[in-house]
Design a binder for this molecule. Structure first.
Ligand SMILES: Cc1cc2nc3c(=O)[nH]c(=O)nc-3n(C[C@H](O)[C@H](O)[C@H](O)COP(=O)(O)O)c2cc1C
Length: 300
């Protein structure tokens, strides 16, 4: 059998598949999904310092062949998160935490709390609103770097900065967070989108504009991976619309070292098992016995 192991900065992952934040609850909710044993890691839903109530319903809606959500990062706050979490070593997959906050200091507090729980790495979810500017941190390279710098000072754990495809220049943001201490970048979070209900004549979700995800966003995320891989030496996790083994290979070829599976979990919780089998078949047919050689190969 071929080796599925990949390297992401200093992290060794047993497989290139990672469960994306917000799509597998706090991971332990899904601990009996046997496919998780095949994942390199699973990211728990984003958590803030204090509890966030999230937005009122409706918060999710199918739109075209993708889905729109504006959950508003509902979460119990870091203390509630920690008391709810079982001992992470009892789970079948390494768990990463995902931090959100209104300012850099809050991100740093959350990262400390996550580290104390024993997570393997911390993702910094920069797609949440910056208290000072009202827009998401990820749109602004300096604001993003300030957050990552604060988290870097708060923990020695590997840090992944999760960026937004809505930013004007994703390479500038990736460069800023890498220089501020991010060990890898996750490309990307959801794409801004909108859907209108023809019967009510109102937007489909209460937040009006929401995060669009699923198969239609794949080319957008792939473009972000390509641009960052072409410009910077930072390790990349690709994320957006992945639903097949061939999608995974495409992200690796574009420059990703690993990938995250998100919305597919809602339709097919065990998707990872099938996807890894498809990756295996694709590689076998071509005599490839290690995924590592595929990363960035499309750049020539
Ligand atoms: C319902 C839902 C909740 C999400 N919650 C989070 C979250 O808490 N933190 C985060 O960083 N990303 C969150 N995301 C974004 C996903 O992790 C992923 O980046 C995005 O959906 C794109 O991947 P996909 O097309 O495979 O779903 C959420 C996505 C969905 C659909």
């Amino acid at each position: 059998m071929m080796s599925f192991g990949v390297t992401l900065g200093n992290l060794e992952l047993r497989s290139p598949l990672i469960a994306a934040a917000g799509t597998v609850g706090s991971v332990h909710d899904y601990a009996d999904v046997d496919a998780f044993r095949l994942y390199g890691a699973a990211v728990a839903k984003s958590v803030s310092h204090e509890p966030w109530p999230g937005r009122p319903a409706p918060r999710m809606a199918p739109v075209g062949t993708g889905m729109l959500n504006s959950i508003g990062i509902q979460n119990p706050g870091i203390d509630g998160w920690r008391s709810d979490m079982p001992n992470l070593s009892t789970l079948p997959v390494p768990v990463w935490g995902s931090a959100v906050g209104a300012d850099p200091a809050e991100f740093a507090l959350v990262a400390k709390g996550l580290a104390a729980t024993g997570v393997e790495a911390v993702e910094v979810n920069l797609s949440c609103p910056n208290l000072e500017e009202g827009t998401m941190f990820a749109l602004n390279p300096a604001a993003s770097a300030a957050v990552v710098g604060a988290v870097r000072a708060a923990t020695d754990l590997p840090i992944g900065a999760k960026l937004s495809p809505n930013s004007e220049d994703i390479v500038e943001v990736a460069k800023a967070v890498h220089e501020a201490g991010a060990d890898f970048v996750v490309l990307t979070n959801t794409v801004w989108g909108l859907g209108i209900d023809l019967e009510t004549r109102r937007p489909k979700i209460s937040g009006i504009v929401g995060g669009y995800s699923g198969p239609p966003v794949k080319p957008i995320a792939l473009r972000c991976v390509w641009e960052v891989a072409a410009a910077l030496p930072v390790p990349i996790v690709g994320c957006g619309g992945i639903r097949t083994g061939e999608d995974v290979i495409e992200f690796l070829l574009a420059g990703a070292s690993a990938v995250e599976l998100g919305s597919i979990h809602f339709a097919e919780p065990r998707a990872g098992k099938r996807i890894l089998r498809e990756v295996d078949e694709w590689c076998r047919e071509r005599g490839i016995d290690s995924l590592v050689e595929l990363t960035g190969a499309a750049h020539g």
